[in-house]
Ligand binder design. Structure first.
Ligand code: TXA
Ligand code: MG
Length: 317
């Protein structure tokens, strides 16, 4: 059920059950971090492998004390600069954080989401919420309440309605090796923006990133329809004659009779707007029974990098 009843949301969570929460990035599937029953349900409902740790959502920076055992200076600078917001910090965990949340790792991922309804909810709870994105494992992340409803239906008591997710793409994840910041996942805050605050951040190549953030399996965020990522769209269309083609484009439509549907992510070539429309566009295209989705490669800077990262994962078989 999609509802904006925060009191009912609290009741469900207090009974060790799950709800979906709105955030500025994507909808999350949330439960009490200290309830083994609730956390086990998260993994089951998502069909998520247990080795893939969850993000803990807080509403007050002071909560870091109960969750972590060490905070590098640059982590605090980032938290102060970007929280509430689309930044997740991976920090050395406090012994009280259950192993189920961290998949047995000695670090915990934490973020303060920037959504008024979810912040209001978190303030009224006596525990933080663990919440992965509210999609079955390896499906496209939900950016609207009804995406979540379509995925889980009656299995989920409540989707707390917070409207469409403004950023529309997951948080940026920064971890630390000692005191040195490392990018674990490209996300809604550009790496340039992060580096403007703390200086250079080590960026591992994709293969190296995978063990650090185990959720970063190469195929992820994927539509069921075959998807290609291309620089030259017109050329690519020619190689799919007689096929039902859908296009995912940055700013400009293509004139071609063969195309069944085109999703334009930002007519003004605005990367932020494009990122916020990406998953809805993929959801839309995926419903059309196409033979192929051809996606345009984005400019390789700012949120263009994040969009390319997600599209690369969507195109892996
Ligand atoms: O924007 C977001 O971050 C959304 C909203 C709901 O907050 N959440 C989200 O969660 O994207 P999820 O579970 O879909 O992705 C979390 C990522 C996974 O790739 C996981 O491996 C990584 O965070 N992660 C969690 N704990 C970690 C840890 N201790 N060390 C390294 N990576 C971790
Ligand atoms: Mg996810």
């Amino acid at each position: 059920m999609i509802s904006d009843n925060i009191q009912r949301a609290i009741e469900i969570l207090d009974q060790n059950d799950l709800i979906s929460i709105p955030t500025e990035t994507v909808y999350g599937l949330a439960g009490n971090i200290y309830s083994e029953v609730a956390i086990t349900k998260i993994f089951e409902m998502k069909s998520r492998p247990l080795f893939n740790p969850l993000i803990v959502h807080i509403h007050n920076i002071n909560q870091l004390e109960q969750l972590t055992s060490y905070i590098p200076d640059k982590a605090l600078i980032l938290a102060n600069a970007f929280w509430p917001g689309a930044l997740t910090l991976v920090l050395k965990k406090n012994i009280q954080v259950p192993d189920l949340i961290t998949a047995g790792k000695d670090s915990v991922a934490i973020r303060m989401p920037n959504h008024p309804i979810t912040l209001a909810l978190l303030k009224q709870l006596s525990y933080p919420l663990a919440a992965p994105s509210a999609n079955p494992f390896s499906c496209i992340s939900p950016t609207k309440a009804n995406h979540v409803e379509e995925y889980f239906g009656k299995k989920l008591q409540m989707v707390l309605d917070g409207g469409d997710c403004i950023n529309g793409i997951e948080s940026t994840i920064i971890g630390f090796e000692g005191d040195e910041p490392i990018l674990y996942r490209l996300g809604a805050i550009s790496i340039e923006n992060i580096e403007s605050v703390i200086g250079s951040v080590k960026i591992k190549n994709k293969e190296e990133m995978t063990p650090a953030a185990p959720g970063m399996l190469s195929r992820h965020y994927a539509p069921r329809t075959n998807t290609n990522l291309e620089t030259n769209i017109e050329e690519s269309i020619k190689s799919f004659s007689n096929k039902k083609i859908g296009l995912l484009l940055f700013s400009q439509k293509i004139n071609n009779q063969q195309i069944i549907h085109q999703e334009i992510l930002s007519q003004n070539s605005d990367l932020q707007e494009a990122a916020s429309n990406l998953y809805t566009a993929l959801h839309n295209l995926d419903k059309l029974n196409l033979d192929i989705i051809i996606a345009e490669r984005f400019p390789d800077f700012g949120l263009g990098k994040t969009i390319n990262d997600r599209l690369e994962r969507a195109t892996k078989l």
